[in-house]
Ligand binder design. Structure first.
Ligand SMILES: Nc1ncnc2c1ncn2[C@@H]1O[C@H](COP(=O)(O)OP(=O)(O)OP(=O)(O)O)[C@@H](O)[C@H]1O
Ligand SMILES: [Mg+2]
Length: 228
């Protein structure tokens, strides 16, 4: 038995658009070790993003518990969760979400500045990560001047600037061509083995992408269907 980072037990989540209740997660039990890379697959609408958002404290389950390093999310206040998200988690989304009015460097160092790191140290960490993802020369550029793949690389640097324990990625290669997508996956491998982040949960529709992970979980009918 390894060192467990995330433990989801009996996680249920429904949404209530109008009168028809949509039951999305119906008792998800899954745990993840501290250094694991887990891919999440499943049909569109199967609840992958909902599960990722619950693990990321962006949504609250209706039933069940999520423990992070043994700490129950239910015991955290809203303020605790905001601090927890910024310090322990990194998020990468399909649509990059760079702030358009800030330069690449300013985007990447923002979470560190929010955590109270000095401007000098935040800049240093951001530049180190931009170098890691091959974008150091583009640090003074604006996001609009970057390609999709470059923006996603910058978003990964931003997600890692506070050295999170867990990186949560929702279809990070979904908007990219296969070459740019392969480049992103190489960066994930490199960062992980370079100890920039320890664990990764990555949603993907792509079997080739999932193969890079240590383990793939499949969501079906609101439950974990298959663990490879
Ligand atoms: N805030 C919400 N309000 C109402 N319904 C929601 C909400 N968020 C998600 N849903 C519904 O829950 C179901 C699961 O959504 P989710 O986004 O988790 O699926 P997914 O597996 O990530 O799908 P995709 O592969 O298309 O991204 C969908 O039917 C969706 O319409
Ligand atoms: Mg989704």
């Amino acid at each position: 038995m390894g060192d467990i980072l995330i433990q989801c037990s009996g996680v249920c989540k429904s949404f209530h658009p109008g009168k028809a209740e949509v039951s999305v997660l119906r008792g998800v039990d899954v745990s993840m070790e501290r250094t694991e890379w887990v891919a999440v697959r499943g049909a569109s609408g199967s609840g992958k993003t909902t599960l990722l958002n619950i693990i990321g404290t962006l949504e609250t389950p209706d039933e069940g518990t999520v423990l992070f390093d043994g700490v129950d999310y239910a015991s955290m206040s809203r303020g605790d969760k905001a601090v927890f998200r910024n310090s322990k988690l990194g998020f990468v989304f399909q649509a990059y979400h760079m702030l358009p009015e800030l330069s690449v460097l300013e985007n990447v160092r923002l979470p560190a500045m929010m955590a109270g790191v000095s401007s000098r140290n935040a800049t240093w960490s951001a530049l180190e990560l931009l170098e890691c993802v091959g974008l150091k020369e583009r640090s003074s550029h604006m996001p609009a001047e970057l390609s999709g793949g470059e923006r996603q690389r910058a978003a990964i640097a931003r997600a890692l600037v506070n050295s999170p324990d867990l990186l949560l990625a929702d279809e990070p290669t979904g908007n990219l061509d296969s070459e740019a997508g392969a480049n992103i996956l190489e960066i994930f491998s490199k960062l992980r083995y370079g100890n920039k982040t320890k664990s990764i949960v990555m949603i993907t529709h792509d079997e080739g992408v999932a193969e890079k992970a240590d383990r793939t979980i499949h969501l079906k009918d609101g439950k974990i269907d298959d663990v490879v």
